[in-house]
Design a protein around this ligand. Structure first.
Ligand SMILES: Cc1cc2nc3c(=O)[nH]c(=O)nc-3n(C[C@H](O)[C@H](O)[C@H](O)COP(=O)(O)OP(=O)(O)OC[C@H]3O[C@@H](n4cnc5c(N)ncnc54)[C@H](O)[C@@H]3O)c2cc1C
Length: 473
């Protein structure tokens, strides 16, 4: 898949390195293959590719230096936060420079009056959350990778998480971004004010652009007051279809929980073996229901109402956590589920599709049918409340081709159901050739034109998001 981009010449790499050595410190430039190796991979499972050099920027000015030098010498640049991406977005498939933002890790300001936080792109998301929570504030987007990803990476991928159901995703919190364009020019996009409608919304264009349109160096994000109380319950159903029908009933019943996470039969069976005794015997599928509020009464009121709606929809049993330890006991299996599924098979492809929540039962049925057609195990779990499900196809290495075919059918079925092929992880490298399933040729052409305007020499994270050109383009 990676073979369609040629690497820069040795002379170009040496010239860019000479140029960078004049303007940056030695401690910022890395060419030793052992040190380059971790910067050639992410968590996507895509084949790693060694960059020619890694540059660790320590300021916006450093990022400008790198992009100008790259342009002068025609060397590609792949921006990288902390490398937790699941789409291959930060794999430097054209070689050249990996531009790491990990050292831009300072929280500059938390503004309690205006409810904003301003931070370097490399700040670890969990650190940002912790700092604002210590002041009674809350940054809600909560990717499960929050301890190993950066806030800049979250903006670049428009990350979401379990709490998206109630609070939205990263884009709903972006106010202002400092961005360095491919030509090295630094610009501020967006505004720190809550309202802002002057000109095109360039900050929104950068959100989710996966490092292909500009390098994010600093972010200002909106905050909300920290909810004082949380209530958590484990709700069991006979099967995943019954559970998914209950999802729509809860929302239609007027409750918007903070999370509504589903585990289907296979996901539950795999995690049961790892964490025995945690789940009711008769449960065929589960969801984790969580509400929050400014007071204990408010959070409990919402939980009670949601529980009542679940019972009406056929829930077998509802266990409400009585303290933090019980809450953790409910969440822990969900947190380790992805890894546990990986361990349960020789190979796994995990998708992050989204369908309108009323279509979840149809999606679950389609996944089961596709699994049966190819004779492969499937396990589905995730953020059912917002229709974003992690569909996992599990197979033996020898069945890799069947696995790919099954995944392609799942993606097609998702589109048929009115959904989208990625709700969280982005397109990056792994899903770029599936983009035409969802975007028409004119829409792809418009995006190619945007890319060419912002990055005319195609040096910024080349080969990502946009598919290789088909015969009809
Ligand atoms: C165990 C696990 C659980 C996960 N759970 C979730 C989840 O619940 N929700 C979710 O949304 N994602 C999840 N992810 C995926 C991943 O953590 C997110 O996509 C995250 O936003 C990536 O951040 P990063 O700093 O690691 O970025 P990287 O992996 O370094 O980069 C990802 C992409 O963003 C670009 N990029 C990174 N930083 C910048 C920057 N400063 N400027 C411009 N471009 C940049 C890169 O070029 C690349 O295309 C999970 C990953 C793992 C491993």
């Amino acid at each position: 898949m990676q073979g369609d981009l040629s690497r820069p010449s040795r002379a170009a790499v040496e010239a860019v390195l000479r140029g960078l050595s004049r303007e940056l410190g030695e401690h910022q430039l890395f060419t030793d293959p052992d040190l380059l190796e971790p910067y050639g991979r992410d968590w996507s499972g895509a084949e790693p590719v060694l960059p020619d050099l890694v540059v660790k920027a320590e300021s916006t000015a450093d990022v400008q230096v790198v992009l100008r030098a790259a342009q002068t010498h025609g060397v590609p640049v792949t921006p990288r936060g902390l490398g937790s991406g699941k789409a291959g977005g930060c794999i430097p498939i054209g070689g050249g420079i990996v531009l790491s933002l990990e050292r831009l890790n300072r929280i500059k300001e938390i503004d309690r009056e205006n409810l904003t936080v301003t931070a370097g792109a490399g700040v670890i998301t969990a650190d940002l959350m912790q700092e604002v929570e210590a002041l009674g504030l809350f940054y809600p987007p909560d990717p499960n990778s929050l301890k190993i990803c950066s806030i800049g990476g979250n903006v670049a991928c428009n990350a979401g998480g379990p709490r998206a159901l109630k609070y939205g995703v990263t884009k709903n919190y972006v106010l202002e971004l400092e961005v360095v364009l491919a030509n090295g020019e630094a610009m501020m996009f967006g505004k720190r004010t809550i309202k802002h409608v002057t000109g095109y919304d360039l900050a929104s264009l950068i959100v989710g652009s996966e490092g292909t349109l500009g390098v994010i160096t600093e972010v200002t994000m909106r905050l909300v007051p920290k909810p004082a109380a949380i209530q958590t319950a484990l709700v069991s159903f006979t099967d995943a279809e019954a559970a998914s029908l209950a999802v729509s009933q809860v929302i239609a019943g007027g409750v918007v929980p903070r999370t509504l996470e589903l585990l289907d039969e296979e996901a539950l069976s795999v995690i049961r073996k790892k964490t025995p005794g945690r789940f009711p015997e008769q449960a065929g599928a589960l969801f984790i229901l969580e509400t929050d509020g400014a007071t204990e009464e408010r959070a409990f009121e919402d939980l009670a109402r949601a529980a009542e709606l679940c019972q009406k929809a056929g829930a077998l049993e509802i266990q409400v956590a009585q303290d933090a330890a019980q809450r953790e006991r409910i969440w822990e299996p969900r947190r380790i589920l992805s890894l546990t599924l990986t361990e349960s098979a020789e190979a796994k492809i995990s998708e992050d599709v989204v369908v309108p929540r009323t279509q979840i039962p149809q999606l679950l049925r389609a996944v089961r049918r596709i699994g049966a057609k190819y004779g492969l195990r499937t396990a589905t779990y995730g953020h059912a409340g917002d229709g974003n499900l992690h569909v996992n196809v599990l197979f033996r290495r020898a069945e890799a081709e069947l696995g790919q075919k099954a995944v392609e059918e799942v993606l097609k079925e998702t589109i048929t159901l009115g959904g989208t092929i990625s709700g969280e992880h982005g397109i990056g490298l792994n899903k770029r050739d599936f983009l035409p399933l969802e975007h028409s040729l004119p829409k792809l052409a418009l995006q190619r034109a945007l890319k060419a305007t912002l990055d005319p020499h195609h040096l910024l994270n080349p080969g990502k998001i946009l598919p290789r050109r088909g015969p009809t383009e």
